[in-house]
Structure formats: C-alpha cells, structure tokens
Design a protein around this ligand. Structure first.
Ligand SMILES: Cc1cc2nc3c(=O)[nH]c(=O)nc-3n(C[C@H](O)[C@H](O)[C@H](O)COP(=O)(O)O)c2cc1C
Length: 158
C-alpha cells in the first residue's frame, strides 16, 4: 500500500491500488552559461508543467551535469522527454534506464526537486530507508550502485 496519498490523477491503478508507473533516468551536459539562475528557471517550469502531467521526480545538477529521475504515466513521461531533449540548455542527453512497473512513486511529493550532487546520495539513502515497496528498494539500490560506481562521481566532486 502506498504510504502517501496518490494525488496525481489519471494514472491507472493496479488491484493493490498502486499506480502503473513509467520511470526514466537520464543524464546530460549543461550548455555553456547554464548555471544556478537557469536551473531555477528549469525547476520553476517543471513545477508548473509536471503536476498536470502526473509527473514527479528529481533533478540533480553539479559540475555542469544534469541527472534527472522522472516518474509518471508512460505517455506523459515519454512526451516530456522528447520535449525536453530539444531544450537548448543541455545536450548530450544519455538515457540511463527506463521501465514500467506497478509500484509506489519514489518521490510522491516532489513535482521536481532540485538536489545538489553532494546531497543526492543522502536523498537516495533516505528514500531507501522509507521505501515500503520492495521494487522501490531494488530501484534505489541500483541507483546507489550506479552512484557509488562513479557514474556521478565527477558531479559529486562538484
Ligand atoms: C535538464 C532539464 C530538465 C527539465 N525538466 C523538466 C521537467 O521535469 N518538466 C518540465 O515541464 N520541463 C522541464 N524542463 C524544461 C523544458 O525543457 C521546457 O523548457 C518546459 O517544459 C517549458 O516548455 P514550453 O516553453 O514549451 O512551455 C527541463 C529542462 C532541462 C534543460
């Protein structure tokens, strides 16, 4: 059962009341001149754009690299992804993982949360501590393994 109320609207629910969620993780390189002010604008646009699409997630920015976790209905996530791939504020967009599962949201309360590269490990560990859905725990362990394997090492060294 979800520990959080599902207030994201249109997603289909499974028999257990958990949503069928598509999640997608990518990283990209910030374009020249993209810094804190531009990232604030991206977050503001995301907080407007994501709730009507039923999308939640987090955006990590550090050392000129973005890393974003998106979760929500499949069509919404894929439509947003093809839209934001064209955003000139980043390039070299690399899809890391994607998939669709019946499970709780990892970040039910975050329309789009900005996390510093230094803090991302703590965020993932906190989410793992409070994950009740074993699929979430598995996904979080996989993300932590990627992090600890150095995928985000440059960003984390900030
Ligand atoms: C790294 C990155 C992440 C973004 N994440 C989102 C997001 O989660 N949701 C969103 O609506 N826009 C996001 N955007 C902004 C979109 O590319 C776009 O500017 C925004 O949706 C407004 O689009 P519009 O001007 O066509 O209305 C992101 C942009 C970048 C560069």
């Amino acid at each position: 059962m979800s520990a959080h109320p599902l207030h994201h609207g249109d997603e289909p629910l499974s028999g257990q009341g958990m949503p069928l969620l598509y999640n997608l993780v990518y990283c990209s390189q910030a374009s020249d001149g993209v810094g804190a002010a531009a990232v604030d604008h991206i977050i503001a646009a995301s907080r407007r754009g994501n709730p009507p699409r039923g999308i939640t997630g987090l955006l990590v920015f550090g050392s000129g690299i973005f890393f974003q976790w998106l979760e929500g209905p499949r069509d919404s996530v894929l439509a947003l992804m093809s839209h934001l791939k064209k955003d000139p504020r980043h390039h070299n967009v690399v899809l890391l993982t994607s998939g669709e599962e019946v499970r709780e949201r990892l970040f039910p309360d975050w329309d789009m949360e900005l996390v510093t590269a230094e803090a991302v490990r703590d965020v993932l560990v906190d989410a793992l501590d409070s994950a009740q859905d074993p699929r979430n725990a598995d996904a979080l362990r996989a993300l932590l393994q990627r992090l600890d394997a150095g995928l985000l090492g440059d960003a984390a060294r900030g």
